[in-house]
Design a protein around this ligand. Sequence first.
Ligand code: AP5
Ligand code: MG
Length: 191
Amino acid sequence: MINIVLFGKPGAGKGTQAEFLKGKFNLTHLSTGDIFRYNIKNNTELGLLAKTFMDKGDLVPDAVTIKMLQSEVDQHQDSAGFLFDGFPRTIAQAEALDAFLSSKNQQINVTLAIDADDDVLVKRLLQRGKTSGRPDDQDEEKIRNRYEEYNEKTAPLVAYYQKQNKYHAVDGIGTIAEVTERLTQVLKTIL
Ligand code: AP5
Ligand code: MG
């Protein structure tokens, strides 16, 4: 089994690249943001709870997110591996994921980071906000708050995965195809 964490700031291209990588490497793509949005669309209890955080650009509490992620993994027992997108986003989530996978005799094989500067990404998200309907893409203040959350709570994961020798970053600026190629090259040297 191959388990990959796709890592990057908001708007770095995690979801875009996951669409290509999941087919190439036969992986199940799990985006916690997409799963929350699906729940919001269907007015579930989880969706209503998550919405109060997401609309402001705040992270959803760890306990809620971890439980949801574990349940998604358990629903894909036959999967050849997972592409985790937007999870983990805190040290507590990363530790929970390591413990959860280890209880199944599995592990994270690699963390693939897509690097890009905040200013480029804020512009991308404002552009997407014109058509995406995502409340957290609508104004610069909410978008900036997502970067503050990232810097405070998610950035420490770089060191967490570097310590495990699992962190590999690629330049996220370029065409979508160029970034896919960079990520594929890293994966080929590891897998
Ligand atoms: P989430 O849905 O994960 O959003 P995000 O991380 O803020 O980032 P995006 O999904 O917006 O960006 P992306 O990196 O996937 O880029 P994309 O491919 O879309 O999370 C949303 C919220 O849910 C969080 O704020 C939080 O509240 C909650 N949440 C989710 N997970 C959580 C967790 N683990 N813990 C707690 N809370 C959690 O691309 C972005 C744009 O750029 C697109 O328009 C795309 O077309 C374009 N683009 C992509 N690549 C390129 C390129 N190479 N060149 C030019 N444009 C490009
Ligand atoms: Mg995404």
